[in-house]
Structure formats: structure tokens, C-alpha cells
Ligand binder design. Structure first.
Ligand SMILES: [Zn+2]
Length: 740
């Protein structure tokens, strides 16, 4: 699923500059492309030569033409999770994993989900206004739009319902938007709220609307956010056409993701119903009937709202002044959802490590799509298959990974991270030793590389990008640096506030280098990092992309706008595979816990200020937590020195490096015990964007002093635990031999 608005932000900032015009460089004389020079040393390797040789062999394999062929085959039919076409894509991936030499199998899970049986949204007042939606998605020319298997646009995990009510416009459906309506004296109770996509995870919108008493929610795509206001509409340009709808899940995944009936344990096919949570008791399911619309269908509703003018920053790009209502426009919504058990098909491919087989290096991408999913997610699947192809060729030279490589093709990500969550819950024990989880969802929507990671892996991401050539010349790192510097400059000069911050923007900038963002949610890294404490990353390459979750995210769009020559597919295959290779074979794991501690210290500083602003003189002391962060920073710096000079047996040090992230695992966040990471969680009111030190920050937001104090203690303990693990791990290796 993940961050369409981030892609848009990046696009907005670069559209006028050279990035999008790259295939047809307007000023070739001014930009002689830099030449790629591979690095000569690698962090974590005593002797980089053999690793660099292996990387060279690997990098030569991923192939643009083969990636194109994978994408064409994977996107030849709509393949929603659990469908027969989805199973076919699983079989295709299984075959490719086996061809490359992986031990591969399909893991099935039984999950609770819905398909739309009947979706109707009709305008019933005022007289003379006619709209019977949702109108099927259609443009003048697209080869894929008329397939009868294209699912009606709907929101997964909406309840069924039949409601008729006056409509109120609530902007992006954020907490502050509904509060603003309240201030304006507009009561949402008993009304249908119409909100626009963007700014938060779509599941947050009905979550907040429910709290304010709405009985129905319509989420529409405003042309301001990803339509004609941003550029030409598909098929002329890459942006959202009038009839295109953003499908998507409204699962309350900030409570818990995965199968709603099995929070914390795996929904294996033979798990009896008696061991499952009855769906009506699942706390991650919306109670408000919710459905998406195109702006073509939303226009008659928006145009006929009365009441006061909306606040001016709520105005979108439809050609009239937006009012908030309520009414006089009245809507009748009929949603008949067919809830049922469905089968998920994860494809897992393993390559056993020769030296440390219990240490897993896991890489994953989801395969299921709302419709064809050329960008989301199969640009990632095609790239992953070429990564695996490269590793297969490396195997033929006699190379074996030191640690175990695991490649995962997830199912049911779009519904609620189903396949990845169930796998992580099933393998929680084995994953205690997992070294890292590398995620890739939207691999390619355009030419601008970006990454998010836990702070300990931010430098690792930069280093990997230095080792891969960019199609624009030089390394991926050099091009990433150029495009992000440009973005930063643009951001300072003309902030486009309604597009929000990019999730690639870290909450704290402690290093003068390319920004690597923080991990919130909206993709499959969530169960690994936030439930189990496995260090994680997420990468992608972005550009103008307005067809997210519509029928038009297909092979025709991709070959016209996304990556016509598939060179960015090749790049992402190289980066994705290189992460796994470097982590699997490192003598000393390349984690930087000094950078991690510095970021935590910065989070604490911001939270302390917020606490003072909120609680005044009663604000609790942050001293103990800050001291813990300082202790960890010192231990992280010591560890870095030891990592650099370590020789011989590094097993104990590596154990410590693996266990440091686990030290952040706590019993659970207040009100959402499934989320167990003390430093990162998806925000309850943002969904995609990370909330840092969430136990503390969200308690302050709730103005709950007692919980803030208690969560500060939990956090200080976790940071001290991490510091302790680092101190112990660095000590024996510094003194010479270590035993394991
Ligand atoms: Zn996705």
C-alpha cells in the first residue's frame, strides 16, 4: 500500500526540475554524468576483496529486459489476495525462486476478509442533483480497464451498512479537522462525513469519524492531491483521471495488523475457530460503513454542500468554493460486504547459511494487488525476482552465504499486512536471531531513490547505495544525494503543506548526510520491527504517480510513465539484493548504535518540550531517560570502535549487535499491546508516519500525566537495556578472544 502522498511530495518538488525530464536532458552540456567507481572497503568486512568480487558477480546479473518480462506476466490479470490469479502469481514466484536454487515453498494462512457484494452511493437530495456511484473507472484509451475481474472500488474491512444522511465535509479526516468542525459548531453526529485522501493512513479517517459520531464515511480523491492539479491525467500524463478510485484497507492497523481473528499468533489453516477471536470482537475493524469515490462521483456531493465556507486550506481543486455542510446534499449509501475466510499464499525461499544458519537475513515484498498493481507492488516483485536471479548466479560460482538468506513474497499486504504478520507471528522464535528485515513495496514509480530505516541501519543504506551504479551515472548514493538536496532546497522555498512531510524525512537529523526516513507503517516491515524488534529498512524509487490503487496502475501506465526502459527496476534489484548479500556475509554486523542513540536523544528533547508545553510545572523529569540515551550513545561509540578493529572470533560482538534492537521490545504500548517497540510505532492518528518514542509522545498528546510518567520509566529502562547489551558486547572483543 504505502505512501502515495510521499511520492507526490517528491514529485511536486522535482517535476519542474530535471528529474522527470531526465530521458530527454534539456541541457546535456551542463551535466556530464559522473562515472561509477565501486568502493574499495566495506564496513563490517576484514578483507573486502572477496566480498567486492561477489558483489561484482551479483551486480552483473539483474536484467532490465527480464524484469520487464516478470512485470508483464505478474500484472497480466487482476490478482487480489486470495484469488485464483493471485495463486498463479505465487506459483510463478515459486518457480523463479526454485530456478535460482532457493529451498522454496508456499505457506498458506486462513484469514478473515471481505469482498464487495454490492456498493452503491446515490445522491438523494436536493432535487435535481443526480449521482449514482461508483461509476466504473474508464478513460479514453487503456488496454486493461475493461477486464470483468477488476474489483469494484471499495474499502477493505468496512462493515456492511445502509445509511441515508446529510453530508459534512471534513477535509483529510484528521483529528484536527474534526476538532475544527466542532469549533465551527458543525455537528458530525448522525451525518455522513466526506473526506479526501491524503495526509494520513485511510483507516485513521473512519477511526476519527467514528469518535465524532459519523454514521458513514466517503473517502474521495481530490484532484488537488493527485489529479489534474498536479499534472496531466492518465493516459496523457501520469496523474489520476476523473473516474479513478483509490481502493484500500481501513483496518485499524495502528491497533494491530494481520488477520483480525489472530492477533499475536499465526492464522494457520488448521487453527480451529475456537482458538480465534470472533470477528465481531476484533478491535482492529471499523464500525462505520466507509467507501471510496472518484472525484467525478464526489463532485455533485461537494458542489451541493451548504453551510459555511470551509477553512481556506481545506479547499481542493474542484472548480467551486468548498462548503462544510451539513447538507442540503443527502446521500444514500448501501454497502453489502461479503465477509468470508480466504487463503493467503506467501512464497518463502531460503538459502541456508554456511557459518551462522540461525541468523536469518530476511528480504520481502508483497505480491497481491488491488487490481493489476504494476507499481504497487509488482515493480517490487519483478525487482526482487532479479535480485534472486543474481544470487542464483552467484551460487553457481560456489559461493554460499554465511548467514541464512530468506526471501519472502507476501500475500494480503493490501488488506492489512496479512501474509507478513502471520509469518512473523508463526516464526517469532526463529526470528529472535534475525539480523535484519529488508522491505520493498513500491520499488519503482519514478527515478528518485529513497530509503527509510532504523537509525542503526541508516549508514548501511547509504553504504549499499554507494556500491550500486545509477542509470543517471555515478552511484545510486550520488544521485540520491543530488535529488534530496534539491528537494530540501525546494521544501524551504515553497512548502506544499497539504502534501505533508515525506516519511523519508527523519524525525531527527543527527548526521549531515542524505536523509534516511523513519519507519511508521503501511507496509510489511511493521511486524518484524514493531512486534519482534528486528532491525528493518524500506526502499523505493519514486516519481509522479497518480494512479495508486486504481485500475490504471497497470503495465500500460508503467511502461509509459513509471520506468519505460526498466533501468530503475534493474537498479532496485541490485540495491535490494546487495543489502542481503552484505548483511549475510559481514564479519562484523554493520550496525551503528551511536547514530541510533543520538536520534533517541533528539526525540527525547522534542518530547520534553512538548511535555512542558502541555503539563507546565507538572511536566515529569526527562533526566533519567536522557542519561540513558547518553549512556547508550557512549556505548554505541565504543562499540563502533570495537567493530572497526575487531579481528578473529566476532560471534559475541555480533550477538550483542543483534540483541541491541531487541532491548527496545517492551510489553506493549498503552492500549495496543501488539505493538512492542519502545522507539517506533505507526501513529494512532497518522497510520503511515512513524510516531517516535510512542508511549511517551502519545500519552502527552492525550494529556495523560500519569501514563507519561510511567511510559518514561518504561522507555528509560529499554534504553538502559540497549546500552547494557552494547557495553557487554564491546568489552570481551576489545580485550581479545571471545568464546561462543
Ligand atoms: Zn503496496
Amino acid at each position: 500500500m504505502q505512501r502515495v502522498f510521499a511520492a507526490l511530495l517528491i514529485w511536486t518538488l522535482t517535476f519542474v526540475s530535471s528529474a522527470y525530464a531526465q530521458p530527454n536532458n534539456p541541457n546535456p552540456a551542463a551535466s556530464a554524468a559522473p562515472v561509477f567507481a565501486p568502493p574499495t572497503s566495506i564496513a563490517g568486512y576484514h578483507d573486502a576483496a572477496s566480498e567486492l568480487q561477489a558483489e561484482k558477480t551479483f551486480l552483473a546479473v539483474p536484467d532490465a529486459a527480464l524484469a520487464k518480462e516478470h512485470l508483464r506476466i505478474l500484472t497480466s490479470a487482476p490478482h487480489m489476495a486470495g484469488s485464483p490469479e493471485d495463486k498463479k502469481t505465487a506459483d510463478y514466484v515459486l518457480e523463479k525462486f526454485k530456478e535460482a536454487g532457493l529451498d522454496a515453498y508456499i505457506q498458506e494462512y486462513k484469514v478473515w476478509m471481505n469482498l464487495p457484494a454490492e456498493i452503491k452511493v446515490d445522491v438523494v437530495a436536493p432535487q435535481g442533483v443526480v449521482m449514482h456511484g461508483p461509476t466504473p473507472e474508464h478513460v479514453s484509451d487503456d488496454p486493461f480497464q475493461s477486464d470483468p475481474r477488476v474489483v469494484t472500488a471499495y474499502n477493505e474491512y468496512s462493515p456492511s451498512g445502509d445509511v441515508t444522511a446529510d453530508v459534512v465535509y471534513a477535509n483529510y479526516g484528521r483529528l484536527e479537522d474534526f476538532k475544527k468542525l466542532q469549533e465551527m459548531g458543525i455537528d458530525v453526529k448522525g451525518k455522513i462525513a466526506i473526506v479526501r485522501y491524503g495526509m494520513n493512513f485511510r483507516g485513521v479517517k473512519p477511526y476519527v469519524a467514528e469518535q465524532f459520531g459519523a454514521i458513514g464515511v466517503i473517502i474521495y480523491s481530490d484532484p488537488w492531491d493527485d489529479g489534474y492539479f498536479k499534472g496531466d491525467k492518465y493516459p496523457l500524463g501520469p496523474m489520476r483521471p476523473d473516474s479513478a478510485v483509490q481502493r484500500g484497507s481501513i483496518q485499524y492497523l495502528f491497533r494491530y495488523p494481520g488477520d483480525p481473528t489472530t492477533p499475536g499468533f499465526a492464522s494457520l489453516p488448521d487453527l480451529p475457530d475456537s482458538k480465534r477471536v470472533p470477528p465481531e470482537k476484533a478491535t482492529d475493524l471499523s464500525k462505520v460503513p466507509t467507501t471510496p469515490l472518484s472525484y467525478q462521483d464526489a463532485t455533485p456531493i461537494m458542489a451541493n454542500l451548504g453551510g459555511p465556507d470551509s477553512p481556506r486550506d481545506w479547499q481542493g481543486a474542484l472548480p467551486f468554493t468548498y462548503h462544510v455542510g451539513p447538507g442540503p446534499v443527502k446521500v444514500h449509501m448501501v454497502l453489502k460486504q461479503n465477509y468470508q475466510w480466504a487463503t493467503m499464499y506467501d512464497v518463502i525461499g531460503m538459502l541456508k547459511g554456511s557459518q551462522s544458519p540461525d541468523e536469518w537475513v530476511v528480504s520481502g515484498n508483497h505480491r497481491d494487488a488491488w487490481v493489476y498493481g504494476a507499481v504497487d507492488p509488482n515493480s517490487g516483485t519483478a525487482a526482487m525476482l532479479e535480485s534472486v536471479h543474481g544470487i542464483g548466479q552467484l551460487l553457481k560460482t560456489g559461493w554460499r552465504p554465511k548467514r541464512t538468506l530468506v526471501f519472502c513474497s507476501w500475500d494480503g499486504e493490501e488488506e492489512g499486512l496479512l501474509g507478513s504478520t502471520e509469518f512473523a507471528e508463526q516464526h517469532a522464535d526463529e526470528l529472535k536471531n534475525a539480523v535484519a528485515y529488508f522491505n520493498m513495496d513500491v520499488a519503482v514509480a519514478g527515478p528518485n531513490f529513497g530509503a527509510s530505516a532504523v537509525p542503526s541501519l541508516k549508514q548501511f543504506e547509504r553504504d549499499v547505495a554507494k556500491g550500486v551504479p545509477s542509470p543517471k551515472g555515478g552511484s545510486v548514493y550520488e544521485q540520491w544525494k543530488l535529488s534530496s538536496e534539491k528537494e530540501e532546497k525546494e521544501r524551504n522555498s515553497r512548502v506544499n503543506s497539504a502534501l505533508g512531510g515525506s516519511p523519508r524525512e527523519p524525525n531527527a537529523k543527527v548526521k549531515q548526510d542524505v536523509n534516511v526516513g523513519d519507519l511508521g507503517s503501511g507496509s510489511d516491515f511493521t511486524p518484524f520491527l514493531q512486534h519482534l524488534g528486528v532491525p528493518a529498512t524500506d526502499i523505493g524509487s519514486h516519481g509522479p504517480y497518480g494512479v495508486y490503487h486504481s485500475v490504471f496502475d497497470n503495465f500500460a501506465w508503467f511502461t509509459k510513465f513509471g520506468d519505460p526502459t526498466f533501468v530503475y527496476e534493474k537498479q532496485m534489484a541490485q540495491v535490494f539484493g546487495m543489502q542481503a548479500l552484505r548483511m549475510a556475509d559481514a564479519d562484523v554486523l554493520p550496525f551503528d548504535y551511536e547514530e541510533y542513540a543520538k536520534e533517541i536523544a533528539a526525540y527525547l528533547k522534542s518530547a520534553e518540550q512538548k511535555s512542558k508545553d502541555t503539563f507546565g510545572a507538572q511536566s515529569p523529569s526527562f533526566t533519567a531517560a536522557q542519561q540513558a540515551a547518553q549512556r547508550m550513545q557512549k556505548a554505541g561509540a565504543e562499540m563502533l570502535k570495537t567493530q572497526t578493529k575487531a579481528t578473529g572470533d566476532t560471534a559475541m560482538m555480533n550477538d550483542a549487535l543483534i540483541n541491541t534492537e531487541r532491548a527496545f521490545v517492551i510489553d506493549g504500548l498503552p492500549g495496543r499491546p501488539w505493538f512492542k517497540h519502545a522507539i517506533y510505532a505507526p501513529g494512532e492518528y497518522t497510520g503511515y508516519a512513524a510516531v517516535v518514542i510512542p508511549g511517551v509522545n502519545e500519552s502527552i498528546d492525550r494529556k495523560d500525566l500519569a501514563t507519561t510518567q510511567q511510559q518514561l520509566q518504561v522507555l528509560s529502562d529499554a534504553i538502559n537495556r540497549a546500552a547494557g547489551v552494547l557495553e557487554k558486547g564491546a568489552a570481551p572483543a576489545a580485550g581479545g578472544a571471545s568464546g561462543k
